[in-house]
Write a protein that binds this ligand. Sequence first.
Ligand code: ADP
Ligand code: ASP
Ligand code: MG
Length: 444
Amino acid sequence: MKILKFGGTSLGSIENLNKVKNILKNDYDQKIVVCSAMSGVTDELVSLSENIKLKNTEQIALQLYKLKEKHIDVIDNLVEEEEERRKIKKGVSKIINEISELSTMKYSEVLHSKIITRGEALLTHIFSSYLNLIGVSNELLSAEEFMWVDYIENPNLEKVSKKLNSVLVKKPNTKLYITQGFICRNNTGDIDNLRRGGSDYSATIIGAALGADEIQIWTDIDGVHNNDPRYVEDTFSIPCLSYNEASELAYFGAKVLHPQTVFPVIDKDIPIVLKNTFDTEALGTIISNKVISKGIKAISAKDNITAVKIKSSRGLMNYDFFNRIFEVFNKYQTSIDMVTTSEKSISLTVEDTDNLIEIQKELEIYAEVIIEPHNSIICVVGESIITDKKSHKLFDILNHISIKMISFGGSNNNISILVDTKDKTSALRILHSNLFLVQQEVVM
Ligand code: ADP
Ligand code: ASP
Ligand code: MG
């Protein structure tokens, strides 16, 4: 069994849907295909949900109309036969009517998840029907029936496996299943979502639950690149990454992978292969437990980071001071990314600022606290990176950019640098040319 995931860009137009169709037609293995929504649709649904919250009824009506037209247009262009078109359009109308009904209800987190995950329902309905019509026989599986994720870091693999297997055993001869990414049910059984970009994670949860042979993530680029191609030129694809390397890159901002993607498959040692829908011959990237090479391999950046600088204002012993600080963050379930310390001070970074005002108030009982928003963490990744002789070159960026914090040695595979977000692009470019583009040093 293989799991293939196609992202929004791969599903964003008739031409691209046909490319995906060809990839599926030429692969004879049994597989589950996880689809996200057509590109732009989830953004539109997020905005729709916001309008429901604000009760902007005119905007809601307009958005529903646009959403329906967009999907009807796909059907008109994909399907030739009038009667078949009518049938598929009926399914689209049903989903749009559901969204319309939801939009008259009281706003809640569950309602929000129900709305924003409808893009996947629309696309998979159309694509599965179309494939069946042209002889690529498949079964459409409803992910809300089997995708149980108690909370974001904790997929219920046992339950997913049981639910999925009970469906699969009934149809042992089915070679191709299609299902939706992104949607899940949480520990209370409510509809929830796996956060933006979550279909990658859906694919690895399904792969781990079924003990798949391989998970393929098909996207618009030839694998994981050694730097963020949205900000840096001359990046190149990395053929092999270890699970450690890939999870650090994903966690620290490499958009090509959802931050949680790698975790479900590490223990089961299932390889994740990133492939390019638009260049099927390109090798892409294989993520597995193999460490093919050590040293600096790639750079990523994560925005919206807030630095919290805390200085003890009372004569607390340093073990007591540090203990109290971490207790406060623990109380508000706020994760810390970077930490640096001196005897009476500690600087750390957080991404989640929902409870930062309360945290600050509690810390100020025994410390001076300075909050600095608008930072980015630049993360340099590679197995055993801290022993790489090239690491010193990282610090050359000090000649050009002011670094606010450095974390070296927290993990063997990651060196993190905090910079003001306005300096992020320059930092990525300088590091790229220092680490990847300069000629090899002569060994003395
Ligand atoms: P999909 O719709 O297939 O899920 P995404 O837009 O989520 O695709 O991810 C692919 C995009 O991620 C690429 O087009 C690229 O711009 C961006 N990206 C950011 N960092 C990296 C990286 N290190 N390697 C490859 N792509 C990256
Ligand atoms: N459609 C969802 C999003 O845009 C999930 C995904 O693309 O993976 O975030
Ligand atoms: Mg994505």
